[in-house]
Design a protein around this ligand. Structure first.
Ligand SMILES: Cc1cc2nc3c(=O)[nH]c(=O)nc-3n(C[C@H](O)[C@H](O)[C@H](O)COP(=O)(O)OP(=O)(O)OC[C@H]3O[C@@H](n4cnc5c(N)ncnc54)[C@H](O)[C@@H]3O)c2cc1C
Length: 479
């Protein structure tokens, strides 16, 4: 027994939703496309789960955050898939794949065959057991990746009202959950091994701003140590968290955010893997020409860095999915995926964005005792990364634009002096016909002409305007 489709997407998350939207825009015929998802709901904007979904008042609930509302486009409810003849196979896990036969085997025993497969299986949270600590199954220990986790977290949070919440991990999930727990009036303590929060991205200076802000909202930090075990009551609930430094923290609930692992297992030994993900080319095509990979599971050539990377961010999931569909449907018109990495977070009243890469030397700017500040990363004499907290639409657009251009920076003191003004000046000026160099007297132009500059700058401006339209069309962001 089985069904056959021209296009099959395995996984029903962010990338799947945006891929489906792109297929429709490009004229996919009824009955050609199918999405297989182990989740029970149509693709949705996953970032909502740690933001709007956890709010104590007027929380976000489906259908309000189905894809593609995160980019201010139409909301793909189940009706949308039906109307466009897309088969949405929910509650169904794909158990195995045979890439030589172009088939997938589902947990319900069905064989589904494809001409073209898009792998959009995302990632799963790392479990404590993978680090030798048991207790993940306890009723008051929570992870956060999907709707089921989010619903469970809300229930545990409500039944722990006014109690102690311990958040293990100081990355994205830990920081966003800690903020939500504090807003829900729990006593929150964050525990992580690094010297400061968001250690993979933030500098000490940036991290200290957020940590102070969190502290002002009652969140405590225990750094430089890890969870070693739990104490349980007779019901199997966690009552305390034991740390390597010998301390014991009473706990009414625990949230674990210690990283993710891409879901590649269906294809191990069948497709080339790199950086923990499925290796793809600039068309998001894997080592098997009938199979594409997008989103968290894909390791793709990031042109601006000149190397293959795997990114775990929603903007990348959306754009890589759209790009793969374009490459599938109109290969002759679709170039290589040219992506500027973009990460963001919103916690409490704070909101930051980061573009590019955080390598090389870092130069901070702005008012770290106020609301707007940031940093530039300079590598091999070029601006490669920009961070901004508390920016306006125009300011975020400017740092994205400047980072994409990778200008040569000769005088870092001047760059520091100009701060955000540097990025703004680059976006306000008409595109120069020569590369930008920040010299001792501020912005100067090199004498070497680059003839492709006008065209490139035009494309970049268009791309950054489109990117920012994503984030500012709505008054109240829940994701
Ligand atoms: C709580 C939370 C908050 C986040 N906040 C931000 C943020 O603020 N900013 C940001 O940039 N990024 C954020 N992210 C990251 C972002 O959501 C991911 O990068 C994005 O969802 C990746 O999209 P994806 O489609 O690759 O994977 P996912 O959205 O995870 O989708 C994968 C899908 O595949 C399904 N699946 C997996 N294996 C199988 C199988 N064998 N059979 C059937 N189905 C399968 C899964 O059930 C899921 O539906 C957040 C993530 C989480 C969890």
């Amino acid at each position: 027994m089985g069904r056959a489709f021209v296009y099959v997407i395995v996984g029903g998350g962010v990338a799947a939703g945006y891929a489906a939207h792109e297929f429709v825009k490009r004229g996919v015929s009824h009955g050609e496309l199918c999405i297989i998802s182990e989740e029970s709901v149509a693709p949705y904007e996953r970032p909502a789960l740690s933001k709007g979904y956890l709010l104590p008042e007027d929380p976000a609930r489906l259908p309000s955050f189905h894809c593609c509302v995160g980019s201010n486009e139409e909301k793909l409810t189940p009706k949308y898939y039906k109307e466009h003849g897309i088969e949405l196979i929910l509650n169904t896990q794909v158990k195995s794949a045979d890439v030589r036969r172009n088939t997938l085997q589902t947990a319900t025993g069905e064989t589904i065959s494809y001409k073209i497969l898009i792998v959009a299986t995302g990632a799963r949270p790392l479990k404590l057991e993978e680090f030798g600590v048991s207790g993940s199954d306890a009723a008051n220990v929570c992870y956060l990746r999907d709707m089921v986790d989010a619903e469970r977290l809300v229930n545990v949070m409500q039944s722990s009202s006014g109690g102690n919440a311990i958040v293990i991990g100081g990355g994205y999930i830990g920081m966003e959950c800690a903020a939500s727990l504090a807003i829900n009036k729990l006593n929150v303590t964050m525990v992580f091994p690094e010297a400061h929060c968001m250690a993979r991205l933030f500098t000490t200076k940036i991290a200290s701003y957020y940590e102070e802000f969190y502290k002002s909202r009652g969140v405590k930090f225990i750094k430089g140590t890890v969870l070693t075990s739990f104490d349980f009551n007779t019901d199997g609930k966690v009552t305390a968290v034991n740390l390597r430094d010998g301390s014991k923290l009473p706990a009414d609930m625990v949230v674990i955010g210690i990283g993710i692992r891409p879901n590649t297992s269906l294809f191990e030994g069948q497709l080339t893997l790199e950086k923990g993900g499925i290796k793809v080319n600039g068309s998001m095509q894997s080592s098997n020409s009938s199979i594409y990979a997008v989103g968290d599971v894909a390791a793709f050539p990031v042109k601006i860095f000149g190397e293959t990377r795997r990114l775990e961010h929603v903007d990348c999931a959306r754009k890589s999915a759209r790009h793969a569909v374009a490459a599938i449907m109109e290969p002759e018109k679709t170039g290589e995926f040219d992506y500027l990495p973009f990460f963001y977070s919103r916690v409490f009243t704070l909101s930051w964005q980061f573009y590019g890469d955080n390598i090389g030397e870092v130069f901070h700017f702005g008012d770290f005792s106020g609301k707007t500040f940031g940093a530039y990363w300079i590598h091999n004499g070029h601006l490669v990364g920009s961070f901004l907290e508390g920016g306006t639409k125009e300011q975020y657009e400017a740092i994205a634009h400047a980072t994409k251009l990778k200008p040569a920076i000769e005088d870092v003191t001047e760059l520091e002096r100009q701060g955000l003004g540097f990025a703004l000046s680059m976006s306000r000026k008409p595109p120069p016909s020569q590369p930008i160099i920040v010299g001792r007297s501020g912005l100067v132009l090199d004498t070497k002409p680059i003839y492709a500059w006008h065209a490139t700058a035009g494309v970049i401006v268009a791309a950054s305007i489109a990117a920012f339209a994503y984030w500012y069309g709505r008054r109240r962001r829940m994701w």
